[in-house]
Design a protein around this ligand. Structure first.
Ligand SMILES: Cc1ncc(COP(=O)(O)O)c(C=O)c1O
Length: 426
């Protein structure tokens, strides 16, 4: 199979940036098809983290010494880099541990407001019978925090259905949106299906009833050039470790008004302007959401990773991955006894395909692939309800990264095509 996009994309140079690709697995070259779980890391990014920790580390903000000033400057630059990468301003980016943390922060904003103790948080206050909308395509990270919030406040969780092909239509969301809807939380790209959801249309619908929109951008931020301000969502979350950056850091994006309205949810030092024994007054966002000493080396490492992606070119990476994803789908589709979860036609997709193999458990599929050096994800990928909806317990997921080659895809599909025979099912 020829792939014109790949010819123009410097995939071999890109591969040279990832030290892990040089380390064989089970005596075979590593074919890493698990980027949707966590990505490989750039050697340059790891070295930048180490350099910062070795030579420049100091507690940021308010330090009176040179190192503190320099560290603060680098840390502020890192926030600006993350912001630029998603079409935001630095003041719109709150550091978090990961995407899960960001969603929980917003849900906790609602929880704290709904206790009725803060005065300036009208839209964050839920009353009994108010409604929270999620979709059948959600990762547990964008389901359970809302489920718990509903339980605590008496709000009702409403779930927008996907089609049998896993497609989320605007009409399906409209069917569960009402004038009681206060939150619409949904994923930009499903981590099981790879299907890209219609963000602007769903956001406009949610805003027409005054609801706050929370976008899970975990699987889009690494693969699709993003402009969150243009998408118009109120909040969005994403994680560095899926974007070739470190674990332990992510971001909560919030529009100015959304961050101003949301009450702080974690409390302590570095977030206040005044404290006495009765009360505290808080700094504006993002500081009001960031008590304590922040994740310094991780922020530096993340910014370094994003700079490399930007230098290679977001559009070029997206085109490369899309072509590979399409090739992956087309090569897997004809395999007998292998069912792909999620439609291909009439939807936009990222480079991710999950399959159910007749008669073979995903763990066996994964081990068979692993024996040939191919790393994939098996299980329900933190999306049990979605798997149930699609009529399976679990699946095997192959997801591409910016370093993936067409030869790797062809090899992986070739190995996959032998799985049923190996386990006596064909
Ligand atoms: C769609 C989606 N949402 C949320 C998450 C949670 O991300 P994290 O574990 O980085 O918080 C993931 C990670 O797998 C994901 O794929």
């Amino acid at each position: 199979m020829t792939n014109p996009v790949q010819d123009a994309y410097p995939v071999n140079d890109v591969r040279g940036l990832f030290p892990q690709l040089a380390v064989p697995v089970n005596g075979m070259p590593l074919v890493y098809l698990d980027s949707a779980a966590t990505s490989l890391k750039f050697g340059i990014g790891l070295r930048k983290e180490l350099d910062f920790a070795s030579h420049e580390m100091a507690a940021v903000n308010r330090g009176a010494h040179t190192l503190a000033a320099e560290a603060t400057e680098k840390f502020d630059e890192a926030r600006a880099t993350v912001a630029r990468f998603v079409g935001a301003r630095p003041a719109n980016i709150v550091w978090t541990s990961n995407a899960t943390d960001g969603i929980n922060m917003v849900a906790n904003g609602f929880r704290i407001s709904s206790l009725g103790r803060t005065a300036t948080d009208g839209r964050f206050r839920l009353a009994e019978g108010d409604e929270i909308v999620v979709t059948e395509a959600e990762h547990h990270a964008n389901l359970i925090p809302w489920q718990e919030l509903a339980r605590a406040t008496g709000a009702v969780l409403r779930v927008a259905a996907v089609t049998d092909g896993g497609v989320l239509t605007v009409d399906a969301v409209r069917a569960v949106v009402s004038d009681r809807t206060r939150v619409v939380a949904f994923t930009h790209v499903s981590n099981v299906l790879g299907i890209v959801n219609p963000v602007t249309e769903i956001t406009a619908l949610a805003h027409s009833v005054g609801a706050i929109v929370v976008l899970d951008a975990c699987q889009s931020a690494p693969h699709i050039p993003l402009n969150l301000a243009e998408l118009g969502v109120d909040f969005a979350v994403f994680s560095a470790h899926k974007m070739y950056g470190p674990t332990g850091i992510g971001a909560l994006y919030g529009r100015d008004e959304a961050l101003a309205e949301m009450p702080p949810v974690l409390f302590g030092g570095s977030m206040i302007t005044y404290v006495d024994y009765e009360r505290a007054e808080y700094l504006p966002a993002p500081a009001k959401f960031e008590p304590g000493t922040p994740r310094l080396t991780q922020a530096i490492g993340w910014a370094a990773a994003l700079d490399i992606m930007s230098a290679i070119g977001r559009e070029a990476i997206a085109a490369h991955e899309e072509a590979l994803g399409s090739a992956l789908y087309d090569l897997v589709e004809p395999l007998p006894g292998v069912r792909i979860l999620g439609a291909k036609h009439g939807v936009d997709r990222v480079g991710l395909v999950s399959v159910a193999v007749d008669g073979v458990h995903p763990h066996d599929v994964g081990q068979f692939l692993d024996s040939k050096g191919i790393a994939v994800r098996v299980g329900y990928h933190c999306a049990q309800p979605l798997h149930r909806r699609l009529g399976v317990d679990s699946s095997t997921r192959m997801s591409v990264g910016m370093h993936t080659t067409l030869a790797e895809i062809e090899f992986a599909v070739d190995v996959l095509s032998g799985v049923r025979r190996y386990f006596g099912e064909a």
